[in-house]
Design a protein around this ligand. Structure first.
Ligand SMILES: NC(=O)C1=CN([C@@H]2O[C@H](COP(=O)(O)OP(=O)(O)OC[C@H]3O[C@@H](n4cnc5c(N)ncnc54)[C@H](OP(=O)(O)O)[C@@H]3O)[C@@H](O)[C@H]2O)C=CC1
Ligand SMILES: O=C(O)[C@@H]1CCC=N1
Length: 260
């Protein structure tokens, strides 16, 4: 199966690289010289979106949201009846469908595609069971995936699409905390990253709620409660909830703007 990735930027190049292990991949962007390294992974580079979409069985759009309509206009004649997956934040299926006569999937992965640990949520109304299977096989090359109702896509964008950015702020803060108390940089980085990874795994592999994990770590009168006391005083939870809320609202605004 041939897959065309239209817009090989940050996400598109990660997508092309991951897919290249299993599929024949063509990737496009205007400045293809920026992603020559993809050729080492067997990815064919082109500037012509229409030519790439024409020879592909499945097309993945990884251009910015404001470019989606223009790109669909370019490729509309050659994607009739084909599966077109859009990763663009905030662009509803309705808008995609009004631009071309294809079978559309609106999806939201995250940058952990690079290490095959993306969380990809997707919505579609157009696909048969067999086509859903095919699309899930594609998403599984990026990590985990789930099908959701489209009404949740903006919230997913605000949580797991943007999530690696929030988690990186938290990780950076942990590392700097480590530096403040005198840890060598490499030790602080490893300690922070492995702790976050381990906690996420604990949550996914047990039935424990995060509050229970937190409670398990707090030894009465011990060290952790002093750290937690400071965190609660800084309203960290409110800050993170506000971040998810703001990014979700922005995704909704993008969909309103595109309809104008
Ligand atoms: N970054 C992330 O973590 C995530 C991003 N997304 C979504 O993925 C999309 C891309 O985001 P991101 O990778 O961050 O953005 P980038 O700006 O890094 O990538 C977009 C790419 O599109 C290319 N491009 C622009 N115009 C065209 C065109 N007409 N034809 C072909 N290619 C074109 C650009 O390259 P050139 O200028 O050389 O053409 C650019 O490299 C967005 O819609 C975003 O919402 C979704 C989930 C996570
Ligand atoms: O910042 C953005 O708009 C994209 C969508 C989700 C993550 N990055």
């Amino acid at each position: 199966m041939k897959i065309a990735v239209i817009g090989a930027g940050t996400v598109g190049s990660a997508v092309a690289k991951a897919l290249s292990e299993k599929y024949e991949v063509i990737a496009t962007r205007r400045r293809i010289e920026k992603v020559r390294w993809l050729e080492k992974h067997g990815v064919k580079l082109m500037k012509d979106n229409k030519a790439a979409a024409e020879v592909a069985d499945v097309i993945i759009l990884t251009v910015k949201p404001n470019k989606v309509r223009k790109v669909l206009e370019e490729i509309r004649e050659v994607v009739k009846g084909k599966i077109v997956i859009s990763f663009a934040a905030g662009i509803p299926l309705k808008v995609l469908k009004s631009s071309a006569d294809a079978k559309f999937v609106r999806a939201m992965p995250n940058i952990a595609i690079l290490v095959k640990e993306s969380f990809t949520a997707y919505a579609t109304n157009d696909l048969s069971d067999e086509e859903i299977k095919l699309v899930e096989e594609i998403f599984e090359t990026f990590g985990k995936c789930i099908k959701i109702e489209e009404e949740y896509m903006d919230a997913i964008t605000g949580l797991s699409g943007s999530g690696p950015a929030y988690a990186s702020v938290f990780l950076e803060s942990l590392i700097y905390g480590g530096l403040k108390v005198g840890l060598p940089r490499d030790v602080a980085l490893l300690a922070a990253a492995q702790t976050l990874l381990g906690t996420a795994k604990l949550l996914l592999e047990t039935n424990l709620h995060p509050a229970q994990i937190r409670d398990m770590v707090i030894t009465p009168g011990g060290t952790t409660i002093d750290g937690i006391f400071e965190l609660e005083d800084s309203r960290v939870r409110t800050a993170i909830m506000k971040a998810v809320d703001a990014a979700t609202k922005k995704s909704k605004i993008l969909s309103l703007e595109i309809n104008r």
